[in-house]
Write a protein that binds this ligand. Structure first.
Ligand code: ATP
Ligand code: MG
Length: 408
């Protein structure tokens, strides 16, 4: 991609109406556009990062048997009434709307109810189980506070997977394999060592749910970490009983501010009973299907990484999700050589953002840092005199000259 063709603008000034560092940086660097508090558009650079995060998650979800689907955002009120989650007293973040004929609809903030209803068309016998479906979808939530940029959107992208199992044992096997998949995902996204498997408050069915919490000052959660055992307890459930259950000692725990990047929980058979999803087991007995729900905050993760891995010059993306591998800067009258190099990188399978603008070198360097691509490559008459280009990693200060013939 040539910078002159890329639909983006970088800004020197920090936007004054934005308090969250992640959104300030992402707006300045041209990744997102703010519509209003908690509501952002993805620009080409932002979309590329989101698509890369999705791909890491998708590969892992497919590997544990997930089938990708995409459900509607508009939802039936009657399904949510069956589980008593339509009521604004029980769910306080609904956006609701209505058809022209007055029929009420909800804008999906989660999908347990509609997908469980849909599964009645697919699941009737033990032979149909287990079943695992997931999607990447924009969820709508009328969040009260929206001061955390894309870490708490009123519209945001989530990966949500739903598991349908015939018994608790089968459910637990999948639950555990999903925990492992989540660990692999956060590791690939560059936040593995900062992300803790966390015990949190449960739903109606189980005592606890489990979260994945990433240490982050801009996060909204407080957890207690056991760094050696690599487990955390959300402060909402911290008590003697929980510590004992998990074989932890209060004095080993360290308080930390975190952002919840993932959340998994079990519903047991309750939701299936409420919505009429039953199957016939091997003995011909009718049973409710066991439901599990597994979320990952795709856009929240982008925000957390923007917060955590950035420096005073701008964003710093891990290679796995950077919008481009290389930021190529041409200085002076080196068009021919720069274009050749641009093509050479692409042929070698590297994605390149080529800053071909008529701009001062200093502006190009500043943009390379702000946009945060992992590798900056400079080609100029000076470097060409030595048959070389200058290469610098975003995470390092020192640069080095490398022969053009060896640069790939
Ligand atoms: P929180 O406690 O932060 O409000 P939640 O418990 O409501 O999160 P879930 O309903 O389990 O979250 O959603 C699954 C995942 O979606 C969360 O773990 C989080 O990463 C992400 N998420 C939830 N709410 C938002 C939001 N408003 N903006 C961005 N991501 C979100
Ligand atoms: Mg919430």
């Amino acid at each position: 991609m040539r910078r002159t063709k890329l639909f983006t603008n970088t800004q020197k000034q920090t936007p004054t109406d934005e308090v969250a560092r992640n959104a300030q940086l992402l707006i300045r660097a041209g990744y997102i556009h703010k519509e209003m508090a908690g509501i952002y558009d993805l620009l080409p650079l932002g979309l590329r990062v989101v698509e890369k995060i999705k791909e890491v998650v998708r590969i892992e979800m497919n590997a544990i048997g997930g089938n990708e689907i995409l459900m509607a955002s508009l939802q039936r009120k009657d399904l949510w009434e069956k589980t008593d989650r339509w009521n604004d007293k029980n769910v306080d973040i609904w956006f609701k709307t209505h058809l022209q004929n007055g029929r009420e609809l909800g804008l999906g903030w989660s999908h347990e109810e509609p997908i469980t209803d849909m599964m009645r068309n697919h699941i009737s016998s033990y032979k149909d189980l287990p079943a695992y479906c997931y999607q990447f979808q924009n969820k709508m939530r009328n969040e009260l506070r929206s001061k955390s940029g894309i870490m708490r959107g009123r519209e945001f992208m989530m990966k949500d997977l739903y598991s349908y199992s015939s018994n608790d044992e089968e459910h637990q096997i999948f639950y555990d394999s999903c925990i492992k998949a989540y660990h692999r995902i956060f590791k690939q996204l560059g936040i593995g060592d900062q992300t803790y498997f966390t015990v949190a408050s449960g739903g109606a069915f189980t005592k606890f749910s489990h979260e994945f919490q990433t240490i982050c000052d801009a996060g909204e959660d407080i957890v207690y970490l056991d760094k050696k055992k690599r487990i955390a307890i959300n402060q909402e459930v911290l008590n003697d009983e929980v510590l004992k259950d998990h074989n932890l000692k209060r004095e080993d725990l360290e308080k930390a501010k975190t952002a919840e990047v993932g959340n998994i929980f079990s519903f047991g058979g309750t939701k299936s009973e409420q919505l009429g999803l039953f199957f016939t087991d091997k003995n011909g007995k009718k049973q409710p299907v066991i439901l599990g729900s597994y979320g990952i905050g795709i856009t929240r993760i982008m925000g957390v990484i923007a917060e955590k891995l950035s420096d005073k010059k701008g964003l710093v993306w891990p290679e796995s999700i950077a919008p481009y591998d290389i930021y190529l800067i041409a200085i002076g009258d080196v068009d021919k050589e720069a274009n050749e190099l641009y093509e050479k990188f692409q042929k070698a399978g590297r994605s390149v953002l080529f800053d071909d603008r008529e701009a001062r070198p200093g502006d190009k360097f500043a943009d390379a840092d702000l946009i945060g691509v992992p590798l900056r490559v400079i080609i100029s008459s000076k470097t060409l005199q030595k048959g070389s280009v200058e290469i610098k990693k975003r995470t390092e200060d020192k640069s080095e000259l490398i022969k053009i013939s060896e640069v790939i």
